[in-house]
Design a protein. Structure first.
Lengths: 110, 809
């Protein structure tokens, strides 16, 4: 893995989200708790809604377009809906958010 | 005998010396430096010393006799100036000491916020006995401000309060001890501290400390000024590494050591809060003791390796039961088990991963803390006991938490029926007197006999009083997070003065850590409607449209609708809208049914700039996206129309200027027609006013959406002032009582027009409603566009990072 620093943890409000543009497309970063962040695709698998605009609750997000609920941990659709969204490895170090560059298609500097 | 020099006589090096003298008293000739003019004492017991529950003598670990008995040469009160690694010599202020082996146990320093005034007399940290004595010597009745609501800060605050000081705690984060606690437990802790007379201010950023030579006040970023005689900085600690750095040892965040506690110099070791091992720092005592044991073995030539273990935290404030262990905030694949007992102020949260317990937070009842901690440390498989895990080791049988607990916990004088002023005690008396169903209680006490929103609560009082003898009708709960209905939640928020979301989740027994997309927007609205001054609106609990202040479209773009007061605009405004449409490539410009212009297809990241442009032309948000006032549609009235009876345009503009910006349970649309020909279509609006020669006919509860409804006549008034007063009072009554997402017509169907007419017919009540509405408007009647267009906030609309650009470099 190659961890890339993409910003400060405090740039995302608790239970809020921000977008990262990447080679694989737009990625949504969700801050589910004071020191807890998840990354998934920003695109809802149902009708393409921007997941970063949804309401974040527990470790889930509700798509703003049609209220599909996704697990941020597994990427699985919750409830009666079926489907899966891509998730990406992300971690927090010293108040900074790091994402796995390999997984999001960032070519290494070499 | 080899010479061992130890720098720092704290708890870690103290434990090291104990191990050494126990294992081989003749291995080393020890010299011990300490900057403090005293030896090793139990630093974590300073809080009981501060509060007066213990004396300093009681917390001394090693006294002079101990050092003498074990032949330790003490150099207390002497700073170490430098280490000469070439000559293997420590240079103290009073002379050099040669060493064969050297141990750095310099501990940590308090982090002092470098704000203006931090060096004034009366600004102290909370690290050692001197700090503690300074606090003890401050006269009772003085005002103390503690900066930092973590473990140390709260212990300082509680101790100072017990010494009789007026104490305010300032904390930067949204809730206390945010590293160890989640918001619900933080809320309980805060409530406990406030009960002791400590003032707690969260999201409080210190701007500067004021004073001439000595502290006089603390000034916050928001302008608040808190008079203070003493300021305690407890915002955190930093490993004390200056000496190690100056000596050229490898230092990252702290002194880097290997698993044997060896630094980059093979004859120098380090232990305690000043070290960094595998990227980790250590602040609690348990790992320090582990390190001391490992280092003793290393120094005696034995094999040992340090491995960090799980930690638990307890707050040492008498009467605040709080326990936090393991890692409850981080990592994928984890599930929560939450238990709340609002009546007893108990909150427990367990975090489970792969059938093992990885974290636990407890408040109120921490009796099982060590048992849970054991499960965490041992990595016990809890699959078998998962169902009953949270009830602890003593759990037998299968009783579940009582869903009526919230109501059962209400005191007898808690108001259940606000309309008729009926308390719980009166209802219970009536039930005990033979009123055993809802109808009988209504007839006897009048409880729930007016607006009816407390019906659910009355039924729960019946159930709690009669037990199985009462059959509860099934009320529709808000969502899966609670068994309570919207009406119950609203009533309980008022009755129990719940003023934050964590308070609602905790006191009303929410089953999820922080709600869901169904309940969060509703609870957020109820709180801001009921406590406009105390509660702060939470953007994260709003649907995207209300958070972005624009309507999301199916392709993820947004629509922008500026306000046009009463449907009146000017050539200059139209020009500004046209310019914005050009500048931001707006694909569709549409005239709406609410007499204004909709710009559709705007990219999310363009919104702040577009708003700034529109603001510059005097245009503000039209709130076309909100559960709030949308439009006031008007006809031209007496200005131009030959049939007009009153100034309908003027009244419409007046109403819109009064009502805009207010949040309501659902959207609210108004219209004012200048004559009964009703060109503004006022008779299908939430509030519709039709002007006639003799005055104003106000109708309410109209609709022209999924349901089509004609308004019901509320009242006819003679003057424009009266029309405005009645309209505002009606909107406020709706704000205070309706269920979230009920339009006025749905709410009216539940409470009845009669009750609304009766309530608003009371002039005093009408005035009070208007006053409460205006009070709320002092907070909420601001243009969100102007606020969000500011550079600080606008950043949130753009991506946090763009990795595609970096890749192209």
């Amino acid at each position: 893995m190659s961890w890339i620093d993409i910003g400060a943890l405090d740039d995302i409000p608790v239970r809020g989200a921000r977008v990262v543009k990447a080679e694989v497309g737009c990625i949504a970063l969700f801050r589910t708790d004071e020191a807890e962040v998840y990354a998934t695709t920003n695109t809802c698998a149902h009708k393409g809604g921007p997941l970063s605009e949804g309401i974040v609750h527990g470790r889930r997000v509700t798509c703003p377009l049609h209220n599909w609920v996704w697990s941020l941990e597994t990427g699985e659709a919750q409830g009666a809906d079926e489907g899966r969204i891509a998730t990406y490895p992300v971690r927090i170090e010293a108040g900074r958010i790091l994402i796995d560059g390999d997984a999001v298609g960032k070519r290494s500097a070499a | 005998m080899e010479r061992l020099v130890v720098i720092g006589a704290g708890m870690a090096s103290g434990r090291l010396l104990e191990h050494l003298v126990e294992a081989d008293p003749n291995a080393y000739a020890v010299t011990l430096f300490n900057a403090e003019p005293r030896g090793n004492y139990n630093r974590i017991m300073l809080s009981p010393v501060l509060s007066g529950e213990k004396s300093y003598a009681e917390i001394v670990t090693h006294d002079d006799a101990w050092y003498a008995r074990h032949g330790v040469t003490c150099r207390f009160g002497e700073r170490v100036e430098s280490i000469d690694r070439d000559r293997n010599v420590v240079v103290g202020a009073k002379g050099e000491v040669p060493y064969d082996r050297l141990v750095l146990a310099t501990g940590s320093d308090a982090f002092i916020v470098p704000c203006p005034g931090h060096d004034l007399d009366g600004v102290i940290a909370y690290r050692d006995l001197d700090d503690t004595n300074r606090m003890i010597d401050t006269a009772p009745g003085s005002r103390a401000v503690v900066i930092g609501g973590g473990l140390l800060g709260l212990e300082a605050a509680a101790g100072l309060r017990m010494r009789g000081l007026e104490v305010t705690v300032l904390h930067l984060a949204g809730h206390l001890m945010e590293r160890q606690l989640d918001p619900a437990a933080g809320y309980l802790l805060r409530a406990d501290l406030e009960r002791r007379g400590i003032t707690v201010m969260t999201q409080a950023a210190t701007k500067c400390i004021r004073g001439d030579g000595a502290v006089e006040a603390v000034e916050l970023e928001d302008g608040t000024i808190l008079p203070a005689d003493l300021v305690v900085m407890a915002v955190g600690i930093r490993p004390s590494v200056a000496l190690a750095k100056q000596s050229g040892l490898a230092v990252n965040k702290a002194i880097e050591v290997d698993a044997q506690m060896r630094t980059s110099d093979p004859s120098i070791f380090a232990v305690g809060e000043c070290i960094e091992f595998a990227g980790q720092l250590f602040g609690l005592v348990a790992p320090l003791y582990d390190q001391a044991k490992v280092l003793a073995a290393t120094l005696l030539g034995q094999d040992a390796a340090f491995t960090p273990k799980q930690l638990s935290t307890k707050l040492k404030v008498t009467g605040c039961d709080l326990f936090s262990a393991g890692d409850f905030a981080d990592g994928p694949g984890r599930e929560d088990i939450v238990y709340r007992d609002p009546a007893r102020g108990i909150y427990k949260r367990l975090v489970v991963e792969d059938d093992t317990l990885v974290g636990a937070v407890m408040y109120g009842d921490t009796a099982d803390g060590n048992w849970f901690f054991g499960l965490i440390k041992d990595g016990t498989d809890i699959a078998e006991m998962r169902e009953t895990l949270i009830f602890g080791p003593a759990y037998q049988g299968g009783a579940t938490a009582d869903p009526l607990a919230a109501v059962a916990a209400l005191p007898a004088d808690a108001e259940i029926c606000g309309c008729n002023g009926v308390c719980k005690g009166q209802i219970v008396t009536a039930i005990e007197g033979g009123a055993t169903d809802l109808g009988a209680v209504r007839a006897t006490t009048k409880a729930s006999a007016s607006c009816g929103t407390c019906t659910g609560l009355v039924e729960q009082v019946l159930a709690a009083t009669l037990g199985d003898a009462f059959q509860m009708p099934t009320a529709q709960p808000v969502c899966g997070c609670t068994d309570l209905s919207h009406e119950d939640v609203r009533r309980l928020i008022k009755a129990r003065e719940l003023k934050s979301q964590p308070a609602v989740w905790q006191e009303l027994g929410w089953s999820t850590p922080n709600g869901c997309h169904v309940c969060r927007p509703a609870v957020n609205f109820y709180l801001l409607a009921d406590w406009p001054l105390d509660y702060q609106d939470d953007p994260q609990s709003r649907f995207v449209n209300e958070r972005k202040h624009a309507n999301i479209q199916k392709d993820g773009t947004f629509s922008v609708v500026p306000r046009m007061w009463g449907g009146i605009t000017t050539a200059a405004e139209l020009r500004a809208i046209a310019d914005a449409a050009d500048k931001y490539d707006v694909p569709t410009v549409k005239v709406t049914g609410g007499q204004r212009i909709d710009l559709l297809g705007v990219k999310g990241e363009d919104l702040p700039a577009m708003w700034a442009d529109l603001n510059a032309a005097g245009l503000v948000s039209g709130h076309a996206y909100s559960k709030g006032l949308r439009t006031v549609k008007t006809c031209v009235g007496t200005d131009h129309c030959r049939f007009g009876t009153q100034d309908s345009t003027g009244l419409g503009i007046r109403l819109e200027k009064r009502l805009w910006g207010s949040w309501t349970p659902h959207k609210v649309k108004l219209a004012v027609s200048g004559c009964p020909r009703n060109c503004a279509e006022a008779t299908c609006k939430d509030v519709g006013i039709v002007c006639v020669d003799s005055g104003y006919e106000i109708g309410v509860g109209g609709a022209a959406g999924m349901d089509v409804k004609e308004v019901q006549p509320l009242v006819k008034v003679a003057t424009e002032d009266a029309a405005v007063e009645w309209t505002v009072a009606f909107v406020q009554l709706y704000r205070e009582h309706a269920k979230y997402l009920d339009r006025p017509y749905k709410w009216l169907a539940k409470v009845g027009l009669d009750w609304v007419q009766q309530t608003l017919g009371d002039a005093a009540e009408r005035t009070a409603l208007v006053e409460r509405f205006d009070l709320s408007q002092t907070i909420y009647q601001t243009d969100p566009w102007a606020e969000l267009a500011m550079r600080e906030k606008a950043r949130a609309f753009a991506p946090i990072a763009d990795l595609t650009l970096e890749a192209a470099e």
